[in-house]
Design a binder for this molecule. Sequence first.
Ligand code: AMP
Ligand code: MN
Ligand code: MN
Length: 324
Amino acid sequence: MTTVVDVGGAAEVLARHREVTVLCHLRPDADALGSSAGLARALRAEGVTVHHSFDPGTVPDALRVIPGTEHVVPLCDVPAHDGLVVALDCASPDRVGDWERLTEAAAEVLVVDHHRSNPGFGTHLLLDPDAASTASLVLDVLVAGRYPVDADLASSLYAGLITDTGSFRWGGPGAHDTARRLLAAGAESRTMGFELLDAHSFSWLRVLSQLLASARLEADAVGGRGSIWLHVPHEVVVAAEESDVESLVSHLQGVREAWVSVLLKEFRPGEWVVSLRSRDGGESGVDVSAVAAALGGGGHPAAAGCTLRGDLDTVSARLRELLG
Ligand code: AMP
Ligand code: MN
Ligand code: MN
C-alpha cells in the first residue's frame, strides 16, 4: 500500500533512517541526477550512509558538472539493506532498475516525482505534477526537514530546475521562486547553464548538420498542426555522446511548421528510445504524454518518452497513428 505524503511527510520518512539508497531513472537527465545528488549530499551531511546510483551507474560525461555525481556507484554495487530506498524523478518502477532486489529488503520506499503519468508506487509517495522539477520538490523536502542547503547542494538542484523548465520557459512563478532560493543559497548558474544547455564538441557540428538535413516535416499531420521527425541510427548513436543525441530534440522544437517533434534514437539495434515534444501540452495543444503512455512510456503533456522495438517504419507508423 502506498501512503501519499506532502513535503513534511517526506522529510519525516527521511529522518527515520540511517542507511538510504538514493536512486534516479535510467538514462538520467540533469533533473534525475541533480535532485538525487542534492538529496544524497543533505543526508551525508547528517551522517547517514548513502548509496547513490541509477541503472547501470556510469554518469554521462556531460552531467559530471553536477556536484555530487562523483559519488555515484554502479547499481550492482548497491547492497540490499533494511533501511530506506528513495526513487527520484522516476515515473514508474521500471524506470529505476533492480527494483525488486533493492526494495524487498528495504523497510520503507519513498518516491518523489513530478510526472503526471506516475501511477503511484513505493510505501510513501510525494507526487506533484505541478512541480517544475523533481529538484524543486527535493528543495522543499529539505527545507521542511531543516537540512542545511549549501552552495554545492543548491547547484545540484539548480541543474535539474534549469533543464526541466527549458531555461524557465515553463514552470511558472514556482520555478522562479525555487531559482531565487537556490541562487541565494549559492547555486552556480553560469557554468551549469553552459555545460548542461550549450556545450558540445566541435566534431559534433558535422554530425549535427548531417542529421538535421535528414529531418522530415509532415506539415499536415497532427490535425494540421504539423510534426517534425528525426531518427538517429544505431551506428550514429554509438559514435556520439549521449547528451549530444539527447539534445537533438531541442533543434526540432524550434521548427515553426511543426507543433509536435518526434526524435527516435536507436540506442540498441532495433530498439528505439523515443522523445516526444509538444509546443503546448496544455488544453489547446497536443498531450504527448498520452501518446507515450499508450505505448508503455510516460512523461509530461509537453515532453514525454517511450521505448519501441521494431524496424523504423513500423515504429514510426505506430506513433503516427496515435498522434493523428
Ligand atoms: P526525454 O524525451 O527522455 O527527455 O523524456 C521526456 C520526459 O518524459 C521526461 O520527463 C522523462 O522522464 C519522461 N519519460 C521518458 N521516457 C519515459 C518512459 N519510458 N516512461 C515514463 N516517462 C518517461
Ligand atoms: Mn528526468
Ligand atoms: Mn524531471
